[in-house]
Design a protein. Sequence first.
Length: 183
Amino acid sequence: MNTELMNVFLLAVNLIWVAYNTNKIRIIEANQKFAPILIDEIFKPYYLKIECHLFIAITEDNKELISSNLIELYDQLKNKNLLFYISDRLLVSLEETIDISKSSYFDKKEFNKKYQQFSRDYYFELNKFRKIVGLRNRTPYFRIHHNLYKYKIQWLVIKYSYLLPIIIIITLYLYYFYNTFLK
């Protein structure tokens, strides 16, 4: 009885695994067809206009530049019929960010919030398509180099994260020293 139950369980797991992998292979094959197009038509041309301005805080000084770049990106996607190929998350966040930038009542806090969401979605899509065409993902060091953090503390933590194990070890030794010799 136990071996029959185990065989049925393994069969079910195997069928689920086959279905999952088949679906994943189809998605990868579909993405491989249009990934180079998106890289060449969208991500490369908008490297300086979009990618190098992701995650920054929106101010009165850069609001118009960011808005015009986003509108230009959307128009490019629309004109070249590439809206179909980008994810819903990126498309929705792009459209929402543009809508807020065009509204007569400008809410800087809401615009920043939507722009940060757009930045995350764009960064995710960029890395996904870079991986498909054989390029390495953008790392946190790319963001540090281009000052792509809204708050300075964010990049300081990432830039000096390699020191964290050393700080923990020193803290533990100091704690041990304090408890054994100074008490």
